[in-house]
Ligand binder design. Structure first.
Ligand SMILES: *[C@@H]1O[C@H](CO)[C@@H](O)[C@H](O)[C@H]1NC(C)=O
Ligand SMILES: *[C@@H]1O[C@H](CO)[C@@H](O)[C@H](O)[C@H]1NC(C)=O
Ligand SMILES: *[C@@H]1O[C@H](CO)[C@@H](O)[C@H](O)[C@H]1NC(C)=O
Ligand SMILES: *[C@@H]1O[C@H](CO)[C@@H](O)[C@H](O)[C@H]1NC(C)=O
Length: 702
């Protein structure tokens, strides 16, 4: 419920931002249309779809609702015409027979009609608001079931240079996703007759693009396409050099760019994640870029809600795994902020487009409080052992990061109890786009990722200076019962990991304090030895870096997929009686793993204490009270190192593995989506992906 509230709030924010693209259809001369009489009703409803409001002029609800109905239709009319769906009214006092025939029992009744008659009621889960009415109308118009009624020719527009330049100048009516095609002639790249023997990806994309067009229309995004043989200069300018004379080039798959309406500057975003055969990849890219370029405001309460969304597996295998989105928050105070401070935001959008599931916000609330509240939440959780001294929030650790100046950046991840602050030393740093982009990349991991043969090597080599190990919990997602057990175990697993995090944070603080003390001591000694001021100055200016290292990455493996899942990862020299709740910790440097705890027992989630101590022993052995060496074994594969984290997935063309429908759709159209999610299985599958390194979606073939 909390989640829903939060998302509704986000939806409102984005809804306001997005309504600008709808209102471009605003028609000044619009006059509300008179209700249809029986004859008109029978006649007009013969073609297309109709959303019909049956009302009585004496019903107060109807009167209250009337302005919403008219305003919605006024805004939606143009789009409605394109989608072949219109809003009409029937006055049941005047046309009682018609309403009797249509079995109207209460007012106002909103119903969907096609040429064959009544289709369905406006769903109860939808509110009678502009946003929901429009979403419902769009969804129905584009639903394949209603295709016969709407007879839609939804197509991408074949653009010429002038069209594209107008879009770039900000003159588009709505966001435009444009595909660029290699070619050896001047034909429409989407013409059915066109063969792409020289480009297999183009063949795939010819089928994909119409699907993308439909999906995006639902989001209020138009699509167009460009033949690079016809417009070589334009394609060179876009740096799609390979697409010009495409028939000869290798790697000449179609490229995609998004152009936003309005500003005419910083409004072009290029999809740079390689070729994907998943509709979702492009949808995610477009919808996030639109949202992120608005950088909607987020409040302190909303941030806290995000952090408290602890990761849990959904009760059934068919439900989507939580998306674990990453939220970059630009914290500013309205009194001190200058316009230039905001400029950086629009430059970040293109970098964030490459980090799956990343959202950009701004906040004028006191975000440092949100950071502290989230850390308090962590300590509520990890003080689970009464026989240990109470653990206190390591505010020193936070303050180490704190930039004195406002504005600054924070990253909050869904379900991550530790806030992340951008370490910048001056205002120039908070405007340093490259440094910020690097920081996003470094922070891109979700709290927990499914470990697969595709991403294991990347997890092991992720930010090697900061991360030392990958801890993997085995889960069993067979049925409701086993999922419940796995979730209980997962709570312990995550708590133990944050318990370790507490030890680690204290160590980061201590190491830095020690280095400082050391530096001061050396300066003192130099002074005592009457060293030259040059020499003293040099030591004095030595920078003590903030070394936020020795971190651990959390992962899970679903053993219900069969015994091979562990073998595929290289664990086959291990035991053969693995079960849900077992934990394996893999050392990132040596690829050796341990399955025993510091007491020599099986490493499981049963004892958070043993799990934490095992992590300390493995990663920060100098702090451990346990002196026995931990047994470890080699993984049977050598994972290639040093590749960028997305690279192998691109090679395998499994982008969809971590393309996340979740947060994105949830945030953009939260309320309706939530309802849809309850009622519509089609969508569930598409959202079953998680995190940057998430699990494969079972049915996301599109
Ligand atoms: C609307 O759909 C009907 C079929 O129900 C079709 O005959 C008509 O041409 C469509 N109108 C438009 C504008 O697409
Ligand atoms: C961030 O990661 C993306 C994808 O791997 C990469 O293309 C980009 O260059 C990285 N950016 C920085 C600043 O490291
Ligand atoms: C609590 O901590 C003590 C050591 O301080 C340890 O011996 C004990 O097993 C822990 N209890 C639990 C339930 O983790
Ligand atoms: C992994 O690589 C190391 C050296 O790079 C080698 O000694 C070791 O035998 C390899 N292990 C496997 C299982 O291939």
């Amino acid at each position: 419920m909390r989640l829903l509230k939060l998302l509704s709030a986000l939806y409102l924010i984005i809804g306001i931002a997005r309504s600008s693209s709808v209102s471009s259809d605003y028609d000044g001369e619009f006059e509300p249309r008179a209700p249809l009489g029986e004859k008109e009703f029978r006649q007009e409803l013969k073609s297309g779809l109709h959303l019909v409001e049956f009302y009585s002029p004496y019903c107060p609800h109807c009167r209250d609702f009337a302005p919403t109905w008219h305003e919605t239709w006024r805004k939606f009319r143009k789009e409605g015409e394109r989608l072949n769906i219109s809003f009409v009214q029937v006055n049941c006092v005047k046309d009682g027979d018609l309403c009797y025939d249509e079995a109207i029992t209460e007012y106002p009744a909103i119903k969907l009609y096609g040429p064959e008659g009544f289709i369905k009621n406006y769903p109860n889960e939808y509110e009678r608001t502009e946003g929901d009415l429009i979403n419902f109308a769009r969804q129905e118009a584009l639903d394949p079931i209603n295709m016969e009624a709407t007879d839609l020719e939804i197509s991408s527009k074949f653009l010429n240079a002038q069209d594209f330049n107008e879009l770039l100048a900000g003159k588009g009516k709505q966001p435009y996703l444009v595909s660029f095609w290699p070619s050896d002639d001047h034909e429409d790249p989407l013409a059915g007759s066109k063969s792409y023997d020289f480009c297999p990806e183009c063949q795939t994309f010819q089928k994909l693009w119409p699907q993308i067009t439909k999906k995006l229309l639902l989001q209020g995004v138009a699509t167009g396409h460009i033949n690079c043989e016809t417009l070589p200069n334009l394609c060179h300018e876009m740096e799609f050099h390979k697409l010009v004379n495409g028939a000869q080039a290798v790697d000449n798959y179609p490229r995609v760019a998004l152009v936003l309406p309005g500003k005419g500057v910083n409004n072009l975003f290029i999809y740079e994640n390689g070729f994907s055969s998943s509709v979702w990849s492009y949808e995610d890219f477009a919808v996030r870029a639109i949202s992120n370029s608005e950088a909607p405001e987020i409040t302190l309460e909303q941030i806290v809600e995000l952090v408290r969304q602890d990761f849990q597996f959904p009760e059934s295998k068919n439900l989507p795994v939580p998306s674990q989105a990453l939220h970059v928050v630009f914290a500013y105070s309205p009194e001190n902020v200058v316009t230039e401070d905001f400029h950086v935001l629009e430059h970040l959008v293109k970098h964030l487009a490459k980090v799956p599931n990343a959202y950009l916000h701004k906040s004028k609330d006191d975000v440092s409080t949100a950071a502290k509240v989230s850390l308090d939440y962590m300590y509520e959780k990890i003080n689970y052992n009464r026989s240990e001294p109470v653990k206190l929030p390591k505010t020193d650790y936070l303050e180490l990061n704190l930039v004195p100046q406002s504005p600054t950046f924070y990253i909050f991840k869904e379900g991550d109890w530790v806030p992340h602050l951008y370490v910048g030393d001056s205002t120039t740093e908070t405007r340093n786009v490259e440094a910020l982009a690097k920081w996003f990349n470094e922070s891109a991991l979700p709290v927990i990722s499914e470990v697969t043969p595709y991403n294991f090597g990347q997890l092991l080599s992720f930010q090697p200076s900061d991360y030392d190990a990958v801890a993997i919990q085995l889960v069993d997602l067979t049925d409701a019962e086993s999922i419940k057990t796995s979730n209980e175990q997962l709570k312990n697993f995550i708590k133990a990991a944050y318990d370790y995090e507490d030890v680690r944070m204290q160590n980061v603080v201590n190491v830095r304090a020690e280095k400082r003390a050391n530096k001061n001591k050396r300066i003192k000694e130099l002074k005592a030895a009457k060293a030259s001021s040059d020499k003293i100055g040099k030591v004095y200016h030595e920078e003590i870096k903030f070394e936020d290292k020795n971190k651990v990455i959390l992962g899970y493996v679903d053993i219900s997929k069969g015994p091979h899942v562990l073998e595929d990862l290289g664990f086959h020299r291990g035991r053969d009686d693995y079960k849900s709740g077992d934990v394996l910790v893999v050392d990132s440097y040596s690829s050796a793993f341990t399955e025993k705890d510091v007491f020599g027992n099986r490493l499981t989630t049963d004892s958070m204490y043993a799990l934490r101590e095992t992590l300390v022993k493995l990663i920060l052995p100098e702090l451990s009270h346990f002196h026995e060496r931990l047994e470890s074994q080699e993984l049977s594969f050598n994972y290639s190192r040093g590749l960028d984290i997305f690279e192998p997935m691109r090679k395998h063309k499994v982008w969809r593995y971590f393309f996340i429908v979740g947060a994105l759709v949830l945030i953009v159209k939260a309320p309706s989506f939530y309802k849809k999610f309850k009622s519509n299985k089609k969508y569930k599958a598409k959202r079953s992906t998680v995190g940057i390194l998430g699990q494969p979606s079972k049915r996301s073939k599109d």
